[in-house]
Design a protein. Structure first.
Ligand SMILES: Cc1ncc(COP(=O)(O)O)c(C=O)c1O
Length: 401
């Protein structure tokens, strides 16, 4: 059955790229936005922009209401009990840095921070640098043959010195769901804090953070069909209370003297300065859009794209898919072909895929690869995109081999 996306026409960016001869298969880097998100961005500016939490005037109240409505929508989307547990940052990367600085005071030299071998640099470097600052040990959980964090080894490595576990929900390279419940249980048994990188996971399906029961969950708006410049840090109330303030400036304080100040608790205490107002409001529009879709149809569509992409790659000689992807986010290499040459020929034919180390250099090194090609699909992709991709892939491989 041909794969048709009933939502394609909702995404002007996809239609514009198509008209330009471009097939967009890089949604894991950033997704295209539905019209509602574009309307929300334009609406905020066209109606009269205003800063939030500062002004009594009408535009200020309107912006603040829309901004705070988004906080409530995020809480509902992720089943977090209170909107006050949602902190807006300028991206997932900033949320990890907030955590690494905000939790630093809790750790003593010789204690361990535990991550995994597949982490994105955003969930590696802040912990690596924290470990260097505080003489902590950074423990890296290895992967099994399928590219999942190895639970047997994790059980050995997560011991009494572990103070924090920070792992990805869905790998941005291998496209595989990680065994979070088991890993979080291992960390909790040691009274360690738990951080989940949901930057990719949040895009696929609905997630119940109350059931997941981690201390912190991090994501980015721009991968979830929203605007860029907005990250999410969702925290358990007791975990947020342990954070020390890390960026200082306007609207994050209760009172200030020249030589001292008293700061607000989360969320506002961790949103110093003017936040990304338009982007947050647009995230609310993205969540409204997603909430209006038929979940069963979305799941079936994503599953069909995933199956078709994998089957097409596996049917071709010499292609090695990395790991065991669970979603339509698939990295691959081709025997005897450099990924950069292949990426060049694909992009010359209008195929937008990602090539390189995918911000996971240590993982690539561990796999013994200089890089890989990644095709990642969104709601708007359909059979015609995959047909163009495979056609271009065949032509490129014919030239290169
Ligand atoms: C798994 C994962 N974590 C974190 C990030 C960082 O997100 P951002 O660049 O939006 O801060 C990304 C972005 O690609 C990612 O894929």
């Amino acid at each position: 059955m041909p794969i048709h996306s009933p939502w394609r026409a909702d995404f002007p960016g996809i239609l514009a790229l198509e008209a330009e001869g471009q097939t967009y298969l890089d949604s894991a880097a950033t997704a295209q936005k539905p019209q509602q998100v574009l309307d929300a961005l334009l609406g905020y500016y066209a109606q009269g922009a205003a800063n939030v939490h500062r002004a009594q005037h009408l535009p200020g109240e309107r912006a603040t209401r829309a901004f705070e409505d988004t906080r409530a929508k995020v809480a509902r989307w992720l089943n977090v009990p209170s909107a006050q547990q949602i902190v807006f940052t300028h991206g997932a990367t900033e949320a990890f840095n907030l955590l690494a600085y905000g939790l630093e005071h809790l750790f003593q030299p010789g204690e361990q921070l535990v991550i995994s071998a597949l982490e994105h640099h955003a969930n590696l470097l802040p912990w690596q640098q924290l470990a260097l600052r505080r003489q902590l040990e950074l423990v890296v959980l290895p992967l099994d043959a399928d590219g999942l964090i190895d639970l047997q080894q994790a059980a050995q490595l997560i011991g009494p010195r572990c103070r924090l576990l920070a792992v990805s929900q869905l790998s941005n390279v291998l496209g595989s769901w990680q065994p979070l419940p088991e890993l979080l249980a291992l960390a909790k048994a040691q009274d360690a804090l738990t951080v989940v990188d949901g930057a990719q996971g949040i895009v696929h399906g609905r997630h119940d953070l109350a059931a997941l029961d981690c201390d912190f969950y991090v994501a980015s708006s721009h991968k979830l069909y929203g605007a860029d410049g907005v990250g999410l840090l969702c925290g358990r109330a007791s975990a947020l209370q342990q954070l020390r303030h890390w960026q200082f400036g306007g609207e994050m304080l209760r009172s200030a003297e020249y030589h001292s100040a008293a700061f607000s608790p989360a969320p506002l205490g961790f949103e110093a300065g003017t936040p990304p107002v338009s982007g947050v409001i647009a995230l609310g529009a993205a969540l409204d859009y997603l909430a209006g879709l038929d979940d069963a149809r979305v799941i079936a569509h994503e599953a069909a794209l995933h199956a078709h992409l994998l089957a097409g790659l596996r049917a071709r000689d010499g292609i090695r898919v990395l790991g065991a992807p669970d979603v339509a986010l698939v990295s691959f290499v081709v025997e005897g072909v450099h990924h950069a040459d292949l990426a060049h020929l694909l992009s010359e034919q209008g195929i937008a895929v990602r090539a390189g180390h995918h911000c996971a250099m240590p993982l690539m090194k561990g796999l013994g690869l200089p890089g890989a090609i990644r095709a990642s699909l969104g709601l708007y992709n359909d059979a015609s995109d995959l047909a163009r991709f495979f056609d271009a892939l065949d032509k490129a491989l014919e030239l290169l081999r």
